[in-house]
Design a binder for this molecule. Structure first.
Ligand code: SF4
Length: 368
């Protein structure tokens, strides 16, 4: 094993990582407080390999859809949502959505549809159920990764059904997995400041735990770079790690950087996270989430050049050849919205890794 070059402050944590020991709350805070960026990357890469990771870097061909941006919640960090009366508001019918997806399929052979929406109070549970069923019937071989835990909770309100009943109905209609959104930062203090209208995080956990029990795998996220402290970030990871110990149902963790454009925080002069913040978050996510197999460097948010570096900071997934992405672009993300496979392959290979196209469940489809 190569000699590690990180600073003395990281040495005790490095020993734990090499021994395969679990890191604790204090370790997490110490990692975030460290300015030894390259040392963090080295430790995270070591952690990835100690836990069995190889040179593979995964990506999926997927289509991003948003059926409605109408939302009752008004999270302060959100540049996507609109009220029904605003000019930008839209709600697409099931037929239109399916026709659009089929049109897109003529151009790209996506294997996954990723769809999240606003919590629209003007539709019923049937809206979601019909859409899931219609997408599944039109494209039975495409994996449907639909609806955040917040939307599932919203559906329980619309229908009077329990979380389990909603998830069962969606699963029976064709739902394959849940995306990880709606987690934000779990700490009560943070949620009161950035998303006071959103349900308590206990519902996020209840939804994911229930999904896992029903055999529906899910993803998990953290939206960082706003009002949260390092301690609150670590608390967030530890809560996810605990549920993963219990169920094993998380496929991947995706750290999402906050984009202030077109939000109330832009008017307060808030800035984007820096590349150093983003790399640190990838590295410490890998180190703390020792039971989540995949850490995504979401290139649409960080840009492909930085995502390439992130592959040496513990990330092993670059998400995908995203066709259309509206949420981060509403908040000013500046990357191209479609990244062709050849380009992704070139970036991954140039970073010294092996590109592997996967399906949503990490089955290998093709390797270069
Ligand atoms: S983040 Fe989601 S729940 Fe919050 S306002 Fe935006 S669309 Fe609505």
């Amino acid at each position: 094993m190569a000699t590690l070059t990180h600073t003395d402050a990281l040495a005790p944590i490095g020993d734990k990582v090499e021994a395969g020991e679990r890191l604790d709350f204090e370790d997490g805070v110490a990692l975030l407080e460290s300015d030894d960026l390259l040392g963090l990357g080295e430790l995270a890469d070591l952690a990835r390999r100690v836990r069995g990771g190889g040179d593979e870097v995964y990506f999926v061909q997927n289509l991003y859809l948003n059926q409605t941006n109408v939302c009752r919640v008004k999270c302060k960090f959100c540049a996507f949502a609109a009220t029904q009366k605003q000019e930008a508001a839209y709600t697409i019918t099931t037929d239109e959505l399916v026709a659009d997806a089929l049109r897109q399929r003529e151009h790209t052979g996506f294997t996954e549809i990723h769809m999240v929406n606003g919590e629209n109070p003007h539709v019923g549970f049937d809206f979601y159920l019909d859409t899931t069923r219609a997408l599944h019937e039109a494209m039975p071989d495409v994996h449907l990764k639909l609806y955040t835990a917040s939307e599932i909770h919203h559906m329980t309100k619309l229908s009077g059904l329990s979380h389990e009943e909603v998830l069962r109905e969606l699963r029976d209609a064709g739902l394959g997995s849940l995306p990880g959104g709606g987690a934000e930062v779990f700490a009560d203090r943070v949620r009161r400041l950035i998303a006071p209208g959103k349900e308590h995080p206990d519902f996020w956990f209840h939804t994911h735990r229930t999904a896992h029990a029903l055999g529906i795998p899910t993803h998990c996220t953290m939206l960082y770079g706003h009002v949260e402290t390092y301690e609150e970030r670590v608390d967030h990871w530890l809560r996810l790690r605990e549920l993963q110990d219990e169920t094993g149902g998380f496929l991947a963790f995706i750290p999402l950087a906050f984009h202030p454009e077109n939000t109330v925080f832009e008017r307060r002069g808030w800035k984007h996270t820096t590349g150093a913040d983003d790399l640190k978050m990838i590295a410490v996510s890998r180190l703390m989430l020792d039971n989540v197999p995949n850490i995504k460097a979401y290139w649409i948010m960080m840009g492909m050049p930085l995502a390439q570096v992130a592959l040496h900071f513990g990330a092993n997934d670059v998400q995908g050849t995203v066709v259309r992405e509206e949420i981060f672009h509403a908040a000013g993300a500046r990357t191209e919205t479609e990244q062709k496979i050849e380009e992704l392959v070139r970036f991954v290979q140039a970073a010294g890794r092996v590109p592997v196209q996967r399906d949503t469940l990490y089955n290998e489809l093709h390797r270069w």
